[in-house]
Design a protein around this ligand. Structure first.
Ligand SMILES: NC(=O)C1=CN([C@@H]2O[C@H](COP(=O)(O)OP(=O)(O)OC[C@H]3O[C@@H](n4cnc5c(N)ncnc54)[C@H](OP(=O)(O)O)[C@@H]3O)[C@@H](O)[C@H]2O)C=CC1
Ligand SMILES: CC[C@](O)(C(C)=O)C(=O)O
Ligand SMILES: [Mg+2]
Ligand SMILES: [Mg+2]
Length: 337
């Protein structure tokens, strides 16, 4: 099955320049969308609650900040970039009362629509522009004249022009410089959750920590274990990123490649694949979404406990010491680019 990919020439920036856009939330994605849209000539207002700690950042960067309800009332396109777990209440309290026929509600991830936590009225457009990368990279690429590829989807096309509007928004944040792929809310949500749980965040973090534990428990120096299991991972992933797994195998030694081919499938074996299928099943059935919403409503007890355990893992202390020796590695997270 081939996908439809859209580039700058397929998108009309004038569509989004002709609307007022409210960006609700000013975190990783929010700051990137808002600053890049503004730099693309779009009229942007930021919606944040009165006590939000993001308010000073947005104001320092020259953006006008009002409450989410005020932003939703004055805007034609309302992009919701608050945390997924905050969106349901935010929508009910601040956005739904301020919708009118012809307006559009946009998302950066399909979670709340896919799992029925938000159901906009039939007379508004509902679309998604989901960059396939962290917000700080989205902004950095835009500033550098490049872009992060985006997924674009339409859930509800009340105007008959929702896809073109979403594509125009994607152009405003640099997404169509790299390519915008047309998808659905269901496909984006399910694959995004699977990727972050099984491979990118959950799978990769557990693989790194477990490799580090095996080496240090066997008596090897934590510093050496850190280099082998975490630091060099970036160098290996960079090769995969540039030219696929084949490029990585071309670059490493034959000894490494033989070890990869003969031992890799023993680490990620059929049991792991079966567990990945179970994780996908929990995403598709809505079990993960129900669990995460309940965890959030209960005050996130497990989340806080697991986060603290992760932060206390010995690999973090070792990494802190080593990164201090490599000034080019320990880069601060900047809020603008
Ligand atoms: N992180 C990423 O790179 C990616 C995120 N996404 C999606 O983008 C969306 C935003 O995620 P992300 O950028 O990580 O979020 P962050 O946690 O980085 O930022 C959330 C922002 O929303 C604000 N906020 C919190 N509660 C409310 C509320 N009730 N009303 C209005 N604003 C609120 C926060 O303010 P305060 O500072 O006061 O807490 C903060 O400015 C999510 O749907 C996520 O799935 C999609 C692709 C990648
Ligand atoms: C991989 C994590 C992500 O899905 C992302 C940056 O794309 C997220 O939700 O933050
Ligand atoms: Mg993602
Ligand atoms: Mg995600």
């Amino acid at each position: 099955m081939s996908v439809e990919v859209y580039y700058d020439d397929d998108a009309d920036l004038g569509l989004i320049q002709g609307r007022k856009v409210a960006v609700i939330g000013y975190g990783s994605q929010g700051h990137a969308h808002a600053l890049s849209l503004r730099d693309s000539g779009v009229d942007v207002v930021i919606g944040l609650p009165a006590g939000s700690k993001s308010r000073p950042k947005a104001e320092e960067q020259g953006l006008r900040v009002v409450t989410p309800a005020e932003a939703a009332a004055e805007a034609d396109v309302i992009m919701i970039l608050a945390p997924d777990t905050a969106q349901r209440a935010l929508y009910a309290e601040a956005i739904a009362p301020n919708l009118a026929p012809g307006k559009a509600v946009f998302f950066g991830h399909g979670f709340n629509i896919r799992y029925g936590l938000i159901t906009p009225p039939a007379d508004v457009d509902v679309a998604m522009v989901a960059p396939k990368g962290p917000g700080h990279l989205v902004r950095r690429q835009y500033v550098d004249g490049k872009g992060v590829p985006c997924l674009v989807a339409v859930e509800q096309d009340a105007s008959g022009n929702a896809f073109q509007l979403a594509l125009s928004y994607a152009k405003g944040i640099g997404g169509t410089r790299a390519g915008a792929i047309r998808t659905t809310f269901t496909e984006e949500t399910e694959t995004d959750l699977f990727g972050e749980q099984a491979v990118l965040c959950g799978g990769a973090a557990a693989l790194v920590q477990t490799g580090f534990e095996v080496l240090t428990e066997a008596g090897y120096a934590p510093e050496v274990a850190y280099f082998e299991c975490l630091h060099e991972l970036k160098l290996i992933v960079d090769l995969m990123y540039e030219g696929g797994i084949a490029r990585m195998r071309y670059s490493v030694s034959d000894t490494a490649e033989y070890g990869d081919l003969s031992r890799g499938p023993r680490v990620i074996d059929s049991r792991v694949k079966e567990e990945m299928r179970k994780i996908l099943g929990e995403i598709q059935s809505g079990e993960f979404a129900r669990e995460w919403v309940a965890e959030d409503e209960a005050g996130r007890p497990n989340f806080a406990k697991w986060r603290a355990e992760g932060a206390a893992h010995p690999i973090e202390e070792t990494g802190q010491k080593l990164r201090a020796m490599m000034s080019w590695v320990d880069r601060p997270i900047t809020e603008t680019a």
